[in-house]
Design a protein around this ligand. Structure first.
Ligand SMILES: [Zn+2]
Length: 318
């Protein structure tokens, strides 16, 4: 009956764990806007941060443990599984009356094995566990009727799969990736966002009285305009084109796929650093300070053994 310890804990315990995780994730600077936990729990390729979903994780461990124990001859689990004919997969949808509910772990094993994937003959345990986990997560999301992300509703024409893939593969430090993630999810407290929840009376920029959107802060306000124009020229040089086709929305949703990958990576690296630096130093940013920061960051990147594979010589134009 040890298997029962792998079954998901009661909802109020999960709630407490989720509260602790949210506190950990959003501590430090005061976040007025956050990305919902249900989004953070999605895989990175779907716009999440792969934060552990407690129920899905417990259910994955439970299934794996049941499978392992039932395959060992002579174990109590093997005998119970044999008695209730639970070897292999249950038919989909499962017959929930087949096993009495009081035999809790066998009951859940009967129900859950109707939906889970079969392990490939050459598949590693780690890869199989990941597929099991994602399968549980998808089925929980489907049951809960997971809503579309806020930004996907705002910009439905953006290729979000490409945005998340670019964010995932960009060769940048984790704190830079996190800042870019926050910008892409539009949780930076601009006056437009603050006014929408009645925290400020106006949506205009304190410095120049334009509408204070994130795009304005990154591309048009004070020295940020100089920085962005300078970096657009650098990106255009990497692409051997003119700066005009480099769209502002690349900063807040890098939805492009450029070949070769090294060029794509170099452009992602550049965009991420524009966003990260401008968010950190929004009121006191200068072009020279930014370029010093960029040279230091590039030097750190050059110490990476894989730099030639990741980025080639594309950043030499900066
Ligand atoms: Zn401004």
């Amino acid at each position: 009956m040890v298997q029962g310890t792998n079954l998901p804990p009661p909802n109020d315990s999960i709630q407490q764990i989720n509260t602790a995780m949210s506190y950990f994730l959003w501590k430090g600077p005061i976040f007025i806007f956050t990305v919902p936990l249900v989004t953070l729990q999605q895989p990175k390729r779907k716009g999440g941060r792969a934060v552990t979903h407690v129920s899905a994780k417990c259910m994955t461990l439970f299934i794996q443990r049941m499978e392992r124990q039932s395959q060992r001859t002579g174990t109590l689990t093997a005998r119970w599984v044999e008695k209730w004919k639970l070897n292999g997969r249950s038919p989909n949808p499962p017959d929930t009356k087949r096993v009495p509910r009081k035999l809790e772990y066998l009951y859940h094993y009967n129900v859950e094995t109707a939906y889970i994937p079969i392990r490939g003959t050459l598949e590693s345990i780690k890869s199989y566990r990941r597929r099991l986990y994602e399968c549980h997560l998808s089925s929980i999301n489907a049951t809960m009727g997971q809503n579309q992300m806020r930004i996907q509703k705002h910009w439905p024409d953006t290729d979000w799969n490409q945005v998340w893939e670019n964010l995932r593969v960009a060769p940048i430090m984790e704190h830079v990736r996190n800042e870019w993630y926050q910008a892409i999810h539009d949780i930076i407290p601009t006056n437009v966002r603050l006014q929408s929840i009645n925290v400020t009376p106006t949506d205009t920029c304190q410095r120049c009285k334009a509408t204070d959107t994130l795009e304005h802060r990154l591309t048009n306000c004070g020295e940020a305009k100089l920085i962005w124009n300078h970096m657009k020229t650098a990106i255009a040089t990497m692409l051997r084109t003119i700066p005009a086709p480099i769209a502002n929305d690349w900063l807040l949703g890098p939805h492009f796929k450029i070949w070769p990958n090294k060029q794509n990576n170099a452009i992602l690296w550049t965009l991420a650093h524009v966003v990260s630096y401008s968010l950190q130093h929004c009121s006191s940013v200068t072009l020279q300070d930014f370029l010093d920061f960029l040279f230091r960051s590039r030097w750190k990147l050059m110490t990476n053994m894989r730099v030639q594979d990741l980025i080639g010589n594309y950043l030499a134009v900066i």
